[in-house]
Design a protein around this ligand. Structure first.
Ligand SMILES: Nc1nc2c(c(=O)[nH]1)N[C@H]1C(S)=C(S)[C@@H](COP(=O)(O)O)O[C@H]1N2
Ligand SMILES: [Mo]
Length: 526
């Protein structure tokens, strides 16, 4: 008879914890592999992360955007991973004591992941549960097996040596599990990447046609030559990104379709990308802004967009704006990732250059900015206008339907507030006394900027020099040469738009309809 002497606790506990971690790793790796067969978004981390994003209260989401910026989604996923790792360790320790229930506990995580996956709004059905379920089953079996090596003496072990647990068996099992998981995970990643290949190929093959209505070249006077000022045109790779997508949708332009339907639509349309390319294309400079942009914040950018006027398509579909008796006052855009964004039909059809954009700064849309097609509406915050990866436009009413962010306490309507920002000097800069260039940007999309004023400490307001206004839909650079005197100074800016409205001093939070207030920068002149 073999004497049953388990390893000492300081060996047993860490190895049980390790077993839990290995099981967790195997679950995620297998899930990744299975998700390649279903769809990348069905993986447990993406599904649980997506569910978490949808349930995050507006103030917390705003906090995350403010403090983690565009890393918010990375932080969220790392948080989920860290939580899972801690729970995996606990499960490993439970399984050491109660082998069967502990191992079976892993299945609960499978159920949570599966539940999250099939309840995602873009879920394609029960198959979305597979990655979590298969991953959890594999992990449960693995944990049961590993713990077995820790608690059962090997059949071949020599009872006389006192090596009462299967040290060699555990080592082999653990190593095999780690290697197999790494292999499965890597293969899954690879296959998931390959799924996007058709989309990548369709983007590479795309040659943007010359627009029938081109934009004039940006006036030389719109771009000031001041170091540190935001460039008039924001390069694509520096353009801000705000969305809820944990997996960036990869849509194949050759199979993409856009449906236009709903209230007051007399001729529903289904358009292909080729159809759009065949329409009258317009090219416009438009500055877009996020409602989550704080005073002085970075979530604003200006690009040269090419696209089809939404109003042209709506008229083709028989839609009339409410002012002409149309029954629908809200246009709801839906994306392939089930985002919903509602814009006033009146605004979209009032003659402004609201467009379905296909091109951004001379390139097809980058994937993160909505390839193949997104909406852009001058004058409205992104959450009520700028649907990326769009695939559906439904005409309805504001009474009948609340879009994604409106359900989460944001305002139904979001016209962009008149705002301005000091780009240079930076906060806490230490310039030398003498002439210091204060400069930045001001915006009041679709109304245009009339005047920008700068104040030093509690002094009088001084008119800033304005760069040329490209169009009223773009931001406008400004500068003010200041005779700086030594000491600490607070620099403040405010803008006035062409309707005569001066940017309010009243500080409000970004929720529910965009931040207001004056941007100030404190510096020390040396
Ligand atoms: N599909 C989808 N479209 C979306 C969003 C999103 O989360 N999903 N976010 C909107 C918001 S809040 C903004 S501010 C703009 C940002 O566009 P950008 O990332 O190209 O700068 O996209 C809008 N379109
Ligand atoms: Mo936004």
């Amino acid at each position: 008879m073999a004497v049953r002497t388990s390893p000492k606790w300081w060996v047993r506990f860490p190895l049980a914890a390790l077993s839990g971690l290995l099981a967790g790793f195997a679950a995620l790796a297998v899930a990744e592999l299975v998700s390649a067969a279903v769809r990348p978004e069905s993986g447990p981390i993406v599904a649980v992360g997506g569910a978490a994003i949808d349930r995050t209260p507006a103030p917390v989401k705003d906090f995350a955007i403010r403090h983690f910026g565009e890393n918010d989604k990375l932080i969220l996923q790392l948080g989920i991973l860290a939580t899972l790792a801690a729970l995996a360790v606990v499960l490993g320790l439970i399984a050491l004591r109660y082998r069967r229930p502990g191992s079976a506990g892993v299945l609960l995580f499978g159920v949570v992941g599966a539940g999250a996956a099939i309840s995602r709004p873009d879920s394609t059905g029960i198959a979305d549960a597979l990655p979590s379920i298969v991953g959890a089953v594999v992990a449960a079996v693995l944990l049961y097996w590993l713990i077995g090596r820790l608690t059962t003496p090997a059949a071949t072990s020599d009872a006389g040596t006192g090596a009462g647990w299967d040290r060699r068996g555990f080592l082999i099992a653990a190593t095999a599990a780690a290697v197999a998981s790494a292999g499965a995970g890597t293969l899954g990643r690879h296959l998931n990447d390959m799924r996007g290949q058709n989309a990548v190929a369709s983007r590479t093959a795309l040659k943007l046609p010359a627009p029938a209505s081109p934009a004039a070249p940006v006036a030389a006077g719109a771009q000031l030559k001041i170091p540190g000022i935001s460039p008039f045109t924001t390069p694509n790779n520096a353009f801000y990104r705000v969305d809820t997508a944990l997996v960036i949708p990869k849509v194949d332009a050759t199979t993409w379709r856009l449906r236009i339907h709903g209230k007051g639509v007399t001729r529903p349309l289904t358009l292909s990308f080729q159809d759009l390319l065949g329409r009258k294309l317009i090219e416009r400079d438009i500055t877009i802004t996020c409602v989550s942009n704080e005073v002085g914040g970075p979530y604003i950018g200006n690009a040269r967009w090419i696209g089809v006027r939404v109003a042209d398509l709506l008229r083709e579909a028989g839609v009339k704006p409410p002012s002409q008796g149309g029954p629908a006052d809200q246009l709801v855009a839906r994306s392939v990732d089930a985002m919903t964004i509602g814009s006033p039909v009146e605004d979209v059809m009032d003659g402004r250059d609201a467009m379905l954009a296909l091109g951004m700064n001379g390139q097809p849309l980058p994937f993160v900015h909505g390839f193949p097609v997104r909406m852009v509406v001058p004058g409205l915050y992104g959450y009520v206008s700028a649907c990326k990866w769009i695939q559906d436009i439904e005409l309805t009413t504001f009474d009948a339907y609340d879009a994604y962010w409106v359900k989460r306490t944001w305002a139904k309507k979001g016209p962009i507030k008149t705002e301005s920002r000091i780009d240079t000097p930076k906060p806490f800069a230490r310039p030398k006394a003498g002439t210091v260039m204060i400069a930045g940007v001001a915006w009041a999309q679709h109304r245009g900027i009339d005047r920008v004023e700068v104040r030093i400490d509690d002094g009088p307001w001084n008119l800033a020099d304005l760069a040329a206004q490209d169009t009223t839909d773009t931001w406008r650079q400004w500068s003010y040469p200041w005779k700086a005197t030594a000491g600490g100074h607070t620099l403040t800016v405010r803008a006035t738009d062409l309707t005569g409205q001066t940017q309010t001093e009243k500080r409000t939070s970004t929720i529910p309809d965009g931040a207001s207030g004056w941007h100030s920068v404190f510096i020390t002149v040396t």
